[in-house]
Design a protein around this ligand. Structure first.
Ligand SMILES: Nc1ncnc2c1ncn2[C@@H]1O[C@H](COP(=O)(O)OP(=O)(O)OP(=O)(O)O)[C@@H](O)[C@H]1O
Ligand SMILES: [Mg+2]
Length: 479
């Protein structure tokens, strides 16, 4: 409970702290006496400056509830005091009641226009004073409560935003991390391999190459590039046979460290007969350099390809993220539900453990719907995230879509532990969670509910028993 709320509830709604601002000492004393008799707490100020100083000293949260303000005062008059109060963010909610004689109607009207709540006619009548103050205090307390509520509501929305953002960035960071680290590793290995390849090349060409040898290297380079682009996968028995044969060939020709490369040579489709033909082109002291050259060339190609693949994966994730968040796009969109579900699966891929099977039962030709695309993705994220959490290491996540009479229906089903009947009524409440602290904020379903129901005029419901939980979201075609 906030400070303000407790204050508002503790103080009796008909009693407050009243500041009397009047240059006439008799008026001040008379009013103070009447107010105290009626149970209020009273503070006094003899002119505008004193009043404002007193109000400022108790910032940021004024404890004064009502200011009884005389209009005609030397120095700063009541109008100026009123204007200052109403233009000050910290003071503007104060209730100001203007003290005035009934024949000053024009002034009263002007004060009400300036933001005064009411006026108190002179001479003072206890009954009128009581009635006016009671009404004003009631209104003020209601306004305070309303403001407290709005502040809490704002804090809730803020937590929701942070929860969503946290989930999103955790997912993306995780997803980008692996390919980025792989690309970095490959780039490091590329530099090493390049140095080895250059050393082999120097050894090879130290005596110069014949035209036939150059042609043979060129042919080999082309064969290697093609093998990397279209690898031939051998079954493991065949591969082992080939490797053994190549190793035997290398042993027979006494090539230094040659057996290290047996696996690479086999992967490139080089068998003993290819080696025989290689031996006809190169002298025996050149052969080991050729073999290192072949292996490193192959590795260079493979690493370049790996870097290409991993950076492509990074681009893919970035573009899924862009489309998931509807970055650079108008908030209301013609939304493709299936694309949203798929983008969401990409964002949550790091959570999808190996034992979790994803099944899609997508209605063909499902129409696009008019919706806040990125908000709907938040809904899918929360539902899928919950489903994954409920299943532990293994289970089946099913995403279904259907066209209905006036819209579309999306269902997220899991085979997890289910939601006990006694808490099914609470799961959409803000901050309701059964997860340990740090694991769940309890906002996921609450956010999803407001997005579906308030923002899209849709419906969200759940049915659950152990081993089967189904969340169903219905959305109209146009909202
Ligand atoms: N598919 C589900 N299977 C079982 N229980 C669920 C499922 N979805 C939601 N719940 C229950 O509803 C509760 C509230 O869900 P909600 O998504 O609002 O919060 P949370 O998942 O606990 O935390 P957050 O989503 O903020 O990380 C969960 O703690 C869980 O007990
Ligand atoms: Mg959740």
């Amino acid at each position: 409970m906030s400070n303000m709320e407790s204050q508002a509830q503790q103080a009796s709604i008909h009693h407050g702290k009243i500041l009397v601002v009047d240059d006439n000492r008799m008026n001040r004393i008379k009013l103070a006496h009447m107010l105290e008799e009626q149970g209020h707490i009273v503070a006094l100020a003899a002119d505008g400056h004193e009043a404002l100083t007193l109000l400022h000293d108790q910032r940021p949260e004024p404890q004064i509830d009502v200011v009884l303000l005389d209009l005609l005062m030397p120095g700063m008059d009541g109008f100026q005091v009123l204007q200052q109060i109403k233009s000050d963010l910290a003071l503007r909610d104060l209730v100001v009641i203007v003290i005035s004689a009934l024949d000053e109607m024009e002034s009263i009207v002007r004060c009400i226009e300036l933001g005064a709540e009411d006026f108190l006619p002179k001479p003072f009548e206890p009954v009128i004073l009581r009635a006016r103050l009671k009404a004003s205090l009631e209104r003020k307390k209601l306004r305070d409560l309303e403001r407290t509520y709005l502040q809490q509501e704002m804090m809730l929305r803020q937590s929701e935003k942070l929860a969503t953002l946290g989930r999103l960035s955790a997912g993306v960071a995780h997803e980008l991390n692996n390919p980025a680290a792989a690309a970095q590793r490959s780039a490091g290995a590329l530099a090493d391999e390049l140095a080895r390849m250059q050393a082999a090349q120097r050894r090879l060409t130290v005596r110069g190459l014949t035209a036939a040898q150059e042609a043979e290297l060129e042919r080999l380079a082309a064969q290697i590039a093609q093998r990397v682009a279209e690898p031939v996968i051998l079954d493991s028995l065949t591969r082992m046979d080939h490797e053994e044969a190549v190793e035997a060939w290398i042993g027979k020709h006494r090539l230094e460290n040659g057996w290290e490369f047996a696996a690479d040579l086999v992967a490139m489709g080089i068998d003993p007969s290819a080696l025989d033909s290689l031996a006809t082109h190169f002298a025996s002291d050149q052969l080991s350099a050729v073999i290192v050259w072949i292996s490193t060339t192959y590795n260079l190609h493979a690493l370049a390809r790996e870097i290409g693949d991993t950076t492509a994966r990074i681009s893919e994730i970035v573009s899924a993220l862009k489309s998931y968040t509807y970055m650079d796009q108008a908030p209301i969109q013609q939304v493709d539900i299936h694309k949203g579900l798929e983008d969401t699966l990409t964002i949550l891929r790091h959570k999808l453990r190996e034992g979790i099977v994803v099944e899609r039962d997508y209605a063909p030709g499902l129409p696009k719907i008019e919706a806040y695309g990125s908000e709907l993705n938040q809904v899918w994220t929360n539902l899928i995230d919950n489903a994954i959490a409920a299943m532990g290491d293994a289970g089946r996540l099913t995403l279904r879509t259907r066209q209905t009479d006036d819209g579309v229906l999306v269902a997220v089903e899991d085979t997890g532990h289910g939601i006990p009947a006694e808490i099914q009524g609470k799961i959409f409440d803000p901050f309701f969670t059964t997860k340990p602290p740090g694991e769940g904020t309890g906002l996921g379903l609450n956010i999803s509910h407001s997005i579906v129901v308030q923002r899209h005029m849709g419906r969200i419901g759940v049915e659950s028993r152990p081993g089967h939980t189904r969340f169903e979201v219905s959305l109209p075609i146009t909202s």
